[in-house]
Design a protein around this ligand. Structure first.
Ligand code: GAP
Length: 438
């Protein structure tokens, strides 16, 4: 875990927020490589859930909504509260299920009896900070989907079953944010809500669970590090009739990365009741009205990024590069799936002090940089540069050497197989597209 956190900071994936002020409540900033990787994850999810599925449309709803939404959704009541205990000595607060026994893990002071703590983040809209202007930052993106159920149904002329998917920020006033970017107060969710006739819900629940598992596999996540856990009724979210957690084997144990829920008619019926607007659906075939059931898939962008980083991280004792003779310390290879890798290729002039070589390398870089996220690197030995590229998961290294001057080609080295092949510069763009599957 410490190694991954260190790599993430050192190489520009994840920085602690407000670091120069001593940090801020487990908030994180995503650096140049982190933002590229996050975008790649979001694109992979969007392509999978919207482009490749039938009957699926996208949405981008507001973060701020009427506070009545959160009354209807059950988030302002005990359903969305964790149990908090407080140390009588140092006043530190913990989620009850994160501590064992009655003693404070920091100072051994006595912990209080648990009390409920609501996780909604309150804010005020407009110039007055009174109860009339209070609302909440959304705690899950899906509520915006339910509010737009009818708008989307009518504007897109949809029929059941169909789905609405969106990606966006969510906020929770977590008592104990922890484990790096695993649990934070601000995060991004990728959520899909599938509306279907009630009797079809169990079948679609299984279908979406399988689809989601397949997605992780298609992005190279190791099978042995993924599992599904059925959540018993006593532990389920307040809206769920059935719940499966997709879990990843993190360095700190098996933990949920995605939830698949059968939310029944909880959301549409409650929003109908609280708003006075009938959100039931008229089924023309059955000639009757009912509230569709909802199957939900919900995953955090940062949690999945963390899981993909852990899954890809590999240390090779003694090193694996054959280009340097001196035997070396361990090397890190980030075996990210090519689609997720933030940087797709690096252009390396074999030597820095031969103008013809650096000029050609810059020419290669210039010819590719509008089509791929690539880097140019001439600092240090070529072996060191390969290692730097491996450490951030660059799938392809393109080396310009003395032969390149004669043959107008480059050596393309594959991160995983370490195999090298010469490819003519004129064919490079097409070859890269094929190798990267883009
Ligand atoms: N709409 C359903 C819902 O929000 P959830 O299980 O509370 O369900 C779904 O959250 C996913 O959102 C989680 O599996 C996780 O990936 C992400 N998530 C939830 N709370 C988070 C937090 N505090 N920090 C980071 N990600 C979080």
């Amino acid at each position: 875990m410490a190694k991954i956190i260190s790599l993430a900071k050192r190489r520009g994936f994840v920085f602690p927020s407000s670091e120069i002020y001593g940090g801020f409540g487990s908030s994180y900033d995503y650096g140049p490589l982190g933002v590229l990787m996050k975008n790649n994850i979001k694109k992979a999810w969007w392509d999978e859930m919207i482009l490749r599925q039938d009957g699926m449309v996208g949405l981008d709803s507001a973060i701020l909504m009427s506070p009545r939404v959160w009354e209807a959704s059950g988030h302002l009541t005990a359903g969305f509260a964790d149990e908090l205990v407080e140390c009588g000595k140092c006043r530190r607060r913990y989620r009850k299920d994160f501590v064992e026994g009655k003693k404070c893990p920091e100072c051994s002071g006595l912990l209080s009896e648990p009390r409920k703590f609501n996780l909604m983040m309150k804010t005020f809209v407009g110039p007055l900070e009174d109860e009339a202007s209070a609302t909440y930052l959304r705690a899950e993106t899906c509520q915006g989907i339910y509010l737009n159920f009818e708008n989307v149904l009518n504007s897109m002329r949809l029929k059941l079953p169909f789905g609405i998917a969106q990606i966006g920020k969510a906020f929770r006033n977590e008592i104990t944010p922890k484990d790096f970017i695993y649990r934070t107060r601000e995060f991004e969710q990728m959520e899909m809500q599938w509306f279907c006739p009630p009797e079809k819900a169990p079948e679609f629940f299984d279908f979406w669970k399988e689809q989601r598992l397949r997605w992780y596999g298609s992005l190279g996540m190791r099978k042995e590090n993924l599992r599904c856990t059925e959540v018993p009724a006593s532990d389920r979210a307040h809206y769920a009739r059935a719940q499966i957690d997709i879990e990843y084997k993190f360095p700190f144990g098996w933990k949920e990365i995605e939830g698949v829920h059968n939310r029944g008619d909880f959301d549409l019926s409650n929003h109908s009741k609280h708003s006075g607007k009938d959100l039931s659906y008229f089924d023309e075939e059955k000639k009757k009205k009912y509230f569709p059931y909802i199957i939900e898939t919900s995953v955090g962008v940062e949690r999945s990024l963390f899981a993909f980083l852990c899954d890809a991280y590999e240390e090779v004792a003694g090193g694996r590069s054959q280009t340097t003779k001196a035997v070396k310390e361990k090397e890190i290879v980030l075996r990210l799936n090519r689609f997720l890798s933030p940087v797709k290729a690096v252009v390396l002039p074999l030597v820095k002090n031969e103008k013809r070589i650096t000029e050609k390398a810059r020419e290669v870089y210039g010819a590719l940089k509008n089509s791929f996220v690539i880097q140019y690197d001439e600092q240090g030995s070529v072996g060191r540069r390969y290692r730097r590229a491996d450490e951030i998961g660059v799938p392809l290294a393109l080396t310009v050497d003395f032969d390149s001057l004669e043959k107008d080609d480059v050596t393309v080295r594959d991160r995983d197989t370490m195999q090298q092949e010469r490819i003519s510069i004129k064919d490079l763009k097409e070859a890269l597209k094929e190798k990267l599957g883009s």
